[in-house]
Write a protein that binds this ligand. Structure first.
Ligand code: UTP
Length: 291
């Protein structure tokens, strides 16, 4: 039986340079998709997958993230006095229970692998999930992390959410080398970060949802730099292959990269059109641009 996954690491210490100028003073994870910051989608996804501990890896200038998940007594008192019950419920929905969330700092943006390593003491010696919050999913079959936990219950060890990408785009992603593959769950025999198409071992890309065993911290500890001069999570994960079960699991859902301007705009349109309270109005206001 695999040990249950109760902790999620949410790396939010990046500089968000692809989204300047918006991200000069505001963390990109606080940009809203329709009416919720992207980070809140990630937290709700984790909670729906049974996660109870939330570890944010933050950096300078990210205090808005901490405030967002905390109580706001003054705002609540004002909304209560004005009988704004709906708004009060919306504001409180973002709260995380005291004692179940913590923040660790990454002093320098040395890469995703380094950000995850910064959470090691809070995570401890147990399996944990990682969510990259700027990747947001719309899925008819439930939250992606919940789907991943379903795969983990079958195969244990380390499991990554994966999907096929066009071969010419492998240089944008971490790519798996694949052994046995039943079309849903694929055994990983290797992985490489951002390979050129001619070097890519497959077209199966890693998306921003992971379930990992704590031994990955030992490999991150080497602080080896990889693609882009950053300490890459992919390189440390690759070292677990052959020592522990390691799989990629395909999932149902449409992915939006909200760290990218076009992806962010597409997410806003798709999420608005998926909302019963907004779809018709948004279509009407678009002047026929949205079918
Ligand atoms: P990204 O590469 O998408 O984020 O990293 P970034 O570096 O902020 O974005 P750009 O490329 O400059 O626009 C994926 C995730 O890893 C986190 C980011 O915050 C994001 O959630 N990250 C990345 C860290 O926490 N620390 C790092 O050193 C690098």
């Amino acid at each position: 039986m695999s040990r249950p996954v109760k902790t999620v690491v949410l790396p939010v210490a990046g500089l968000g340079t692809r989204f300047l100028p918006a991200t000069k003073a505001i963390p990109k994870e606080m940009l809203p998709v329709v009416d919720k910051p992207v980070i809140q989608y990630a937290v709700e996804e984790a909670a729906a997958a049974g996660i109870e501990r939330f570890v944010f890896v933050t950096s300078r200038g990210k205090t808005a993230l901490e405030d967002h998940f905390d109580q706001h007594a003054e705002l609540y008192a004002t909304l209560t006095r004005r009988n704004k019950d709906t708004q009060l419920a919306e504001a409180r929905a973002a709260e995380l229970p005291t004692g179940h969330f913590s923040f660790v700092r990454q002093a320098e943006p040395l890469g995703l692998g380094h950000a995850v390593w910064c959470a090691r003491q809070v995570v401890g010696n147990e399996p944990f999930a990682v969510i990259l919050p700027d990747e947001v999913f719309l899925s008819a079959e439930g939250p992606v992390l919940k789907q991943l936990v379903g795969a983990y219950k079958k195969v244990g060890g380390n499991v990554l959410a994966v999907r096929e990408v066009p071969h010419e785009l492998t240089h944008r992603y971490g790519i798996l080398a694949v052994g046995q593959d039943d079309g849903s769950i694929a055994e990983a025999t290797g992985m490489v970060e951002k390979p050129r198409p001619q070097d890519a071992p497959s077209d199966l890309s890693i998306v921003g949802r992971y379930i990992l065993q704590p031994e990955v911290f030992e490999h991150l500890e080497a602080f080896e730099t990889g693609a882009g001069g950053e300490i890459q999570l992919t390189d440390a994960m690759a070292k677990l292959i052959g020592r522990q079960p390691f799989h990629g699991a395909r999932f149902n859902g449409e992915r939006f990269d909200c760290g990218d301007k076009a992806g962010y705009v597409a997410a806003n349109i798709a999420f608005a059109l998926a909302r019963a309270d907004l779809a018709d109005t948004v279509r009407a206001l678009s002047g026929g641009r949205l079918a």
